[in-house]
Design a protein around this ligand. Structure first.
Ligand code: ADP
Ligand code: MG
Length: 540
């Protein structure tokens, strides 16, 4: 019928790649991403310096930060970047691990594809292996911890911060992290919930990392509005306003015709009266502190100072909300509606000098679950990296408190899973067995990379680890000791991680590998270029 006539289904200009070519391209792109972050894995990992289009630099070792900053073009590579983001949201840690694992799964699949194992068989095998791995994590590898096990929580925080540039002060920072998370932990419906977003993290460069401190209360990156205001208020009653204490400027240009000097006076008097009414409303409610999200007129600030009221203006909305939660106050829009019941309460509001700037401290809040961490460090790059490691550590400690299960780090968990999965593979049979074996093999990439980044011979390390995990005297806690590249008990070295990090990394890495493997056809519509190419252009 239609012999010889090509059927044009796709629009002209659409690019299409099918079959093996498509999957080979995808796998290569995903592996390229994995290779980029592999060298940052572990405390001995190297840092990356990222330069954005504006020339700003970031120096980091954090997988997700690196991948977020890098402008990735290839769709399969983008999927890998997504893995890092999911891992970050779920656990706050283990992002590099998840990406390295996904890259490794794909590398091993490539070999199977070359042996003509169908992608569907591979993905099925991977799913089986994942289920078994999760079962092993829960039943054999994980160790339960209690909220009172402070030392273990601190170890988890230290491990999470391990590879970030905070080496010298890890112990102190870990204690701050554990204390902060414990403060905000609450029991809801019989379950512990730790919403780490409640912890306010502020950073100020100057001083050293060791000056970083935990503050029971909220700190605002703002000084008081007027030099004559008191620097300290005891027994604070705080008005939280989200509208300006100013007279609205008319939007349409207006002109005031004044015929005699009395009129000027009455005009100014009117303005003054409005300001007075604002002050009266604040006084009537009984507030001695005003925190305003918008601006405050200089005249109002002057009057507030005269009344001995402490005021800060232009406070961030999120800070105002945190303050409301901490002090039990209500955010009020119209100053006229302000009443005593809306005021937040705190034992003290005061201004303190931090580095070159003044900050406002609200301490002794009525809600004990309000804490801030003030990060200090030599330069801005240092405080930024401290912030990133605290982010990981806060989430890690929160997951341990919520789930109550930990695993050994340093590649011990991965090697143990690999050994056990390899043994279990025989029971799977069929071609899927090959995929299960490939999955097991891939897990060894973690201890391998840890050893390699430490400058050791990965082959020797791996041989030692495998033998420590097999036989009668097998010890599931043996991982890489980065001090000498030898096998050692990770509980003794205090390298411990939440089970959630391990299990989520495996899950998301498997998911993305499956997704990439299932693609056998890439149909890309031509990019619509905003303007016709004017020659030149630049490469990506
Ligand atoms: P991720 O983004 O995956 O968390 P990291 O660079 O933080 O990557 O490295 C995490 C890995 O480093 C984990 O496997 C963890 O167990 C390991 N690790 C952390 N501290 C140590 C240590 N002191 N000795 C050995 N391994 C460690
Ligand atoms: Mg980490």
């Amino acid at each position: 019928m239609l012999q010889g006539t090509p059927i044009l289904v796709l629009k002209e200009g659409t690019e299409r790649e099918r079959g093996k070519g498509a999957s080979a391209g995808n796998i290569a792109a995903a592996r390229a991403i994995a290779d980029t972050v592999r060298t940052t894995l572990g405390p001995r990992g190297m840092d990356k310096m990222l330069v954005d289009s504006m020339g700003d630099i970031t120096i980091t070792n954090d997988g997700v930060t690196i991948l977020k900053e890098v402008d990735v073009e290839h769709p399969a590579a983008k999927m890998l970047v997504e893995v890092a983001k999911t891992q970050d949201q779920q656990c706050g840690d283990g992002t590099t691990t998840a990406v390295v694992l996904a890259g490794e799964f794909l590398k091993r699949s490539e070999y199977l594809l070359e042996q003509n194992v169908h992608p569907t068989v591979i993905t099925r095998g991977f799913q089986l292996a994942l289920q078994e791995a999760r079962r092993l994590l829960e039943s054999e590898i994980g160790t339960p911890v209690k909220a009172e096990d402070e030392a273990i929580l601190v170890d988890c925080a230290i491990t999470a911060m391990g590879s970030k540039g905070v080496y010298g002060s890890r112990e102190e920072l870990a204690k701050i992290v554990v204390n902060a998370v414990r403060k905000i932990a609450e029991v809801r419906g019989g379950k512990t919930v730790c919403d780490v977003d409640q912890i306010k993290v502020e950073k100020r460069h100057g001083g050293t990392i060791a000056d970083t401190q935990l503050i029971e209360g909220i700190i605002l990156d703002k000084e008081r509005g007027h030099p004559r205001m008191p620097t300290e208020i005891q027994d604070a009653k705080i008005a939280l306003l989200n509208s300006a204490l100013e007279i609205k400027k008319t939007e349409i240009e207006s002109k005031i015709n004044i015929k005699n000097p009395n009129q000027i006076q009455s005009f100014l008097d009117e303005e003054d009266k409005t300001f007075r009414r604002m002050i009266d409303a604040i006084k009537a409610a009984g507030a001695n502190v005003v925190v305003c999200q918008k601006g405050i007129d200089d005249v109002v600030l002057h009057y507030l100072a005269k009344e001995g009221i402490y005021a800060v203006k232009q406070v961030k909305e999120s800070d105002l909300q945190k303050l409301a939660r901490a002090t039990g106050g209500k955010i009020v829009t119209g100053i006229k509606e302000l009443s005593a019941a809306d005021l937040g309460k705190a034992a003290k509001v005061d201004e303190r000098k931090v580095g070159d700037d003044d900050m406002t401290y609200v301490t002794g809040c009525s809600n004990p679950r309000s804490v801030s961490i003030l990060i200090r460090g030599g330069t801005e790059h240092v405080t930024q990296e401290v912030e990133r490691s605290l982010h990981d550590a806060l989430k890690v400690v929160a997951s341990v408190l919520e789930d109550g299960v930990v695993c050994p780090g340093g590649g011990a968990t991965e090697i143990d899973l690999a050994v056990k999965l390899r043994k279990w593979a025989a029971s799977v049979g069929g071609r899927e067995q090959l995929a299960v074996e490939a999955f097991a093999q891939s897990l060894e990439a973690v201890p391998w990379a840890l050893a390699e980044n430490g400058g050791y011979d990965s082959i020797n390390t791996l041989i030692e680890l495998r033998s420590a995990h097999t036989g009668a005297s097998a010890n599931k806690n043996v991982g890489v000791n980065l001090a000498d590249g030898k096998a050692a008990d990770m509980w003794k070295l205090r390298v411990i991680e939440p089970m959630r990090v391990k299990s989520q990394a495996l899950t998301s890495a498997t998911e993305v590998a499956d997704m990439v493997l299932r693609i056998d056809d890439i149909i890309a519509s031509k990019k619509s270029s905003p303007a016709p190419p004017s020659g030149g252009g630049h490469d990506h």
